[in-house]
Design a protein around this ligand. Structure first.
Ligand code: BES
Ligand code: ZN
Length: 636
């Protein structure tokens, strides 16, 4: 009896000991927690992936691709290194979209490969098709031969005419949120971090760049890359074309087409300073180099934080550095997003709200508080305006996106409401304490993918619980789980904007003609505020007066032009229509073009104009921009 009892005790203790070791070894050391562990709650499950990382997990992706401009296809193989999480797992499940899978093979030693059975499931409109590959018990590598579709949702192929140089074709990828699967078969979930290597061979000997370290050129053709820090798949990125490089500083530089190089370098001359400022606030920059790739104008978004190589729209090249907070934003993702990553797209606000907050702090450090306040005020205005048309559910930070395209979560709520929440924490606990907290947060969760629950637990433990009186001022539940803007939201105040409003009133009241307004020193932000502040309806004479005084229709700054064109459509100011057409056929950035189409389709004549312009513009737009503008123009 006694012997069995102590044996049982011993067994239980041993069990506890093993469990404790498992927990601590799976934490931090390899940087794998917490998404490697079986999900504690449903919140850690990714509703936008068909993959099975809780059974078999992809750890490394090795790409070997030809870039075939003539067929608009990436063709080659992806070799995945896998780790078995469940010892008895017998298949690897991957995400794909519109891929042509030629062959699958597995290997135990990474050298000799044997054919493997695979099945490609039915294609779901939202998620693509699940690729299931049978795994022999000892397999550690899976090699998939495949090619992409010319219509891959994450790849845009450009004709020479769509580039600045007009001579060579161009291609680029945009993987966020779930488009990596349209050019690489993998476990396309932000909770699955991978390292990657790549060998890319563009036709015509054009240059390839990736979100990775460029391997020193050895022999043979093409370019080799290595990303040795584990990143979520949506950060794998590739571009190829006639691309030149110019250094900006020690560890910063800009890539773009040769004819754009000098302009881009001038615009982004503060990049090195931005890296230094962000490091001072939030700890070391962990990715070694920070370069920027300026894309052709069809790039569908403003910027994309691909690690080591931000992708950016050329519409930020205003000539006066006035739109470079976009760089501060993408750079800040090197901490919030790329180092500490949202585990699922429900947690997107952990990426974007933090990054918008960091962006403003960096903007303040480099361009001053006034500029920061103006940008925060513009952000809040835009948020309030957008929320007028959002459902309650979409106003929640911890938004439910199951059954929907995660790109639908790309509203200003995660960005601006998220940033205001952090600003409230800063104002309540004081800068010094909050900066320390954030630094600790990036340190603690570096190279991990975390959920909103993980963040809240960390916040409580490190900021709220130790300071109960201050914590009482933070209605946490309301901020994270309720729609609307909480009454506790900070209110960014800009004195400069108050002056702009006074000038606008002078003009609207007929006291001062437009040409006599004090606008000489206005920055882009003040112009934007002035135009947004004007009433919706203006007379033909008023529009003409503004245009004559300030040359509005000819303005090159893409943000100011956007605001002016909105006003022009709303008031049927036809002098601006040629410019409108030129704008919509030359720029593909959704934030700038969608609102213009939306405004156009509000009237029958506008609808006709929208259809006419769109017929010309559509072939030049990115697949995701085509899908979103289709919805606006075809619905109308
Ligand atoms: N990561 C986002 C872009 C994104 C979000 C792509 C969701 C696909 C799905 C990027 O960091 C971003 O926020 N870009 C903004 C610019 C920024 C200054 C607010 C954009 O593109 O407008
Ligand atoms: Zn962002």
């Amino acid at each position: 009896m006694k012997v069995t009892r102590s044996l049982i005790c011993f067994a239980i203790l041993l069990g506890l000991f093993v469990m404790a070791c498992r927990n601590s070894s799976s934490e931090n050391a390899k940087g794998l927690r917490p998404t490697d562990a079986p999900a504690k709650t449903d919140n850690a499950r990714d509703a936008h992936s068909y993959s099975n990382p809780e059974q078999v997990r992809v750890r490394h992706v090795d790409l070997d691709l030809d870039v075939l401009f003539d067929r608009k296809v990436l063709k080659g193989a992806s070799t995945l290194t896998v780790e078995r999480i469940k010892p008895d797992a017998d298949s690897l499940k991957l995400d794909t979209r519109d891929l042509k899978v030629v062959k699958a093979e597995t290997s135990n030693d990474g050298k000799s490969f044997a054919p493997a059975q695979f099945t490609l499931g039915a294609a779901d409109k939202l998620l693509g098709a699940q690729l299931t590959i049978q795994l022999p018990p000892q397999a550690t590598k899976v090699r998939i031969e495949y090619e992409t579709s010319p219509n891959a949702s994450g790849v845009q192929w450009l004709e020479p005419a769509q580039t600045a140089g007009k001579k060579h074709p161009y291609v680029f990828t945009q993987s966020q949120a779930i488009h990596a699967r349209s050019w690489i078969p993998l476990q396309d979930s932000p909770g699955v971090r991978v390292t990657y290597t790549a060998h890319i061979r563009p036709q015509e000997n054009l240059r390839a760049v990736m979100s990775a370290e460029v391997e020193p050129q050895t022999r043979g053709i093409g370019y080799r890359f290595r990303m040795s820090q584990p990143i979520p798949p949506y950060l794998i990125a590739l571009a190829a074309g006639d691309i030149a490089f110019k250094s900006l500083g020690n560890r910063t530089g800009v890539y773009t087409e040769p004819v754009m190089l000098d302009k881009a370098a001038r615009e982004f001359e503060d990049t090195e300073k931005m890296v230094v400022a962000t490091e001072k606030l939030y700890g070391p920059y962990r990715w070694n180099r920070y370069d920027i790739l300026v894309l052709p104008p069809s790039f569908p978004i403003g910027g994309m934080e691909n690690p080591r190589l931000t992708f950016a729209t050329p519409t930020v090249l205003a000539g006066d550095k006035s739109l470079v907070s976009l760089i501060a934003h993408e750079l800040a993702h090197s901490w919030s997003g790329n180092l500490v990553t949202n585990a699922t797209w429900r947690d997107f606000w952990l990426n974007e709200g933090f990054t918008t907050y960091l962006e403003r702090r960096v903007t303040e450090a480099i361009y001053g508080r006034e500029r920061e306040e103006m940008e925060a005020a513009l952000g809040l205005q835009s948020l309030k305006k957008e929320m007028e048309d959002l459902s309650d559910a979409d106003e929640i930070l911890h938004v439910d996106l199951a059954g929907r395209d995660p790109d639908e979560g790309f509203t200003l709520v995660p960005y601006e409401k998220g940033a205001l929440f952090l600003r409230l924490l800063e104002e309540t606990f004081g800068r010094e304490r909050f900066d320390q907290f954030l630094k600790g947060y990036f340190e603690q969760f570096a190279f991990q993918s975390i959920t909103t629950d993980d963040f809240i637990a960390h916040l409580k433990k490190n900021l709220l619980d130790p300071n109960p009186e201050l914590a009482a001022k933070i209605p946490l539940e309301e901020w994270i789980y309720k729609p609307g803007l909480p009454a506790s939201a900070p209110k960014p105040q800009s004195d400069a904007f108050a002056k702009v409003e006074a000038q606008a009133k002078e003009w609207l009241d007929g006291k001062t003609p437009a040409a006599k307004l004090q606008t000489k020193q206005w920055t882009t932000q003040e112009w934007l505020h002035f135009l947004r502040f004007l009433p919706q309806q203006l007379t033909a004479n008023q529009l003409k007066e503004l245009d004559q005084a300030f040359g509005m229709t000819k303005i090159g700054n893409a943000e100011i032009a956007h605001q002016w064109l909105l006003i022009s459509i709303r008031n049927n100011y036809d002098t601006a229509y040629p410019r409108l057409e030129e704008y919509l056929t030359s720029i593909g950035r959704q934030k700038l073009i969608k609102p213009l189409y939306e405004e156009l389709v509000k009237t029958p004549a506008g609808k006709e104009r929208a259809q006419k312009i769109y017929a010309k513009a559509r072939p030049g737009y990115h697949p995701i921009a085509q899908t979103s503008v289709d919805k606006i123009v075809k619905k109308a």
